[in-house]
Ligand binder design. Structure first.
Ligand SMILES: CC(C)[C@H](C(=O)O)[C@@H](O)C(=O)O
Ligand code: SF4
Length: 472
């Protein structure tokens, strides 16, 4: 029977069928952060269990680490609770023999940026992690998904998980993204259309001519954000772009080993006639720069639009819109463009990779951060940071008045020193704009790296196309 890529990956990793809805699924790789793993190790110890496959585990300090611009070796976590979390992760990894990118490691960063850049994510893998944005790895043809803290313990002990099957959804996007737009605009548009629950319960396969021409990193941005439409997983069929990325990042994968791996990757596609429960089709040709106006990633609009009017909205949405506008300090039926911002944040596992920094730097070059704005660039990993310094991007940001920080989740979520003050408005390249996400009463507008750069240099939510156009 014709099978979807998703089903092929699940079938290849099914150790046992439990019932019609559940299988025992094998993990090729399990990734941990400091935040969702401590209880799992406590559980293991209490039961006197070992970690079954330490070599298929990876740990990264991502969320709680300060990003002040000091040397990597001097990075110290002042907050006692966070410092304890980091020390616990180190102790757990030492005791159980797990590879850790620790606080002072020069390759430390956000887990979803660190893992692919070390060649650890390969097509056909199943990757589990106690973090919702594990869907990112679908960009490389790997089935990645987030798990809960209690599941982390099970994975550590057995390298498997009791897994509930998802439905199959396909999102086809054809056409060429216009100048001045990037994949972030596209995914905000899609989430805006299908809704924050639009892909709930589904593994989403992205396909179409637009996807085929995207770089591996741009595909990561897509798959990363799929979870904001509720998707359980995101997938893109591996192709030459994928292979080139993996080969470039996995120097040990050469010769016979590479040929053998490639032979395995050849079957990683949805068969002709494979059945999808739901299909959506989008056209990239008319995508405009997108920004969010509200407190959910699906509350997104083109830059030239007007903030919605609760009075004319679907009655079910009325109260939600009123509340979001109130929280965001916005007036209904006014342009979003030229809304002043206090802060700009460029970074996160959505847009903290080198290509994102290139897109932002292309806008910033030769310009200055607006006087009333505090802007920061937080590279997604130590390696992204070094690369950006070598390419001269860091200097462009610094010359313009940006803070050039150490890697981490940073202001993507208020779990470290980088937070918004109450009422502050932020142009942010992140993936979530929930109430309080970047700090209590902070106001987040999600957008692309180029749009965030445009906000930094103008001081307001701006249409980047009016500053000069660049391809993304
Ligand atoms: C802290 C972590 C569990 C959380 C997640 O699961 O995604 C975080 O990374 C986020 O982005 O909200
Ligand atoms: S960068 Fe943001 S979305 Fe990504 S793992 Fe960190 S907190 Fe979560």
């Amino acid at each position: 029977m014709p099978s979807t890529l998703y089903r092929k990956l699940v079938d290849a990793h099914t150790v046992a069928r439990i019932d019609g809805q559940h299988v025992l699924l094998y993990a090729d790789l399990h990734i941990m952060n400091e935040y969702t793993s401590p209880q799992a190790f406590t559980g293991l110890r209490e039961q006197g269990r070992r970690v079954l496959r330490p070599a298929q585990q990876l740990a990264v300090v991502s969320h709680i680490i300060p990003t002040h611009p000091v040397n990597a070796a001097q990075r110290v976590i002042q907050d006692p609770a966070s410092s304890l979390q980091a020390r616990n992760l180190k102790r757990n990894c030492d005791e159980f023999g797990i590879k850790l990118f620790d606080t002072t490691d020069t390759n430390q960063g956000i887990e979803h940026i660190v893992a692919p850049e070390h060649g650890l994510i390969r097509p056909g893998m199943v990757v589990m992690c106690g973090d919702s944005h594990t869907t990112t790895y679908g960009a490389l043809g790997a089935l990645g998904f987030g798990v809960g803290t209690s599941e982390v313990e099970h994975i550590l002990a057995t390298q498997t998980l009791v897994y509930r099957l998802a439905g199959d959804m396909r999102i086809r996007i054809d056409g060429a993204l216009p100048l001045g737009t990037s994949v972030k605009d596209l995914i905000l548009l899609i989430i805006g259309r299908i809704g924050a629950q639009g892909a709930r319960g589904y593994a989403v396969e992205f396909c179409g001519t637009t996807i085929a021409t995207l770089s591996a990193e741009a595909r990561m941005t897509m798959c990363n954000m799929a979870v904001e439409a509720g998707a359980r997983a995101a997938l893109i069929q591996p192709d030459q772009t994928t292979i080139d990325y993996v080969v470039a990042h996995a120097p040990e994968l050469r010769g016979a080993a590479l040929e053998q791996a490639k032979a395995g990757w050849r079957d990683l596609y949805s068969d002709d006639g494979a059945r999808f429960d739901v299909e959506h089709v989008f056209d990239a040709d008319h995508v405009e720069p997108y920004v969010t106006w509200g407190t959910s990633p699906d509350q997104a609009m083109p830059i030239g639009g007007l903030v919605p009017d609760p009075a004319t909205a679907d009655p079910h949405a009325h109260d939600t819109i009123v509340r979001a506008l109130d929280y965001m300090g916005l007036q209904a039926v006014t342009p979003i463009e030229r809304t002043p911002v206090d802060r700009v944040f460029i970074g996160s596992c959505t847009n903290g990779r080198i290509e994102d920094l290139r897109l932002a730097a292309a806008i910033v070059r030769g310009r200055s951060v607006a006087p009333a704005v505090r802007a920061m660039v937080v590279p997604g990993s130590g390696s992204v940071r070094r690369q950006a310094e070598q390419e001269g991007l860091a200097q462009i940001f610094i010359d313009a008045g940006f803070e050039w920080r150490q890697p981490g989740c940073s202001m993507c979520l208020a779990m470290n020193d980088d937070v918004l003050a109450p009422g502050e408005r932020c142009a942010s390249t992140t993936n979530r704009n929930f109430e309080g996400r970047q700090g209590r009463a902070g106001r987040t507008h999600l957008m692309s790296p180029a749009m965030a750069a445009a906000a930094a240099v103008t001081g307001y939510i701006a249409d980047v196309r009016k500053l000069g156009v660049h391809h993304g």
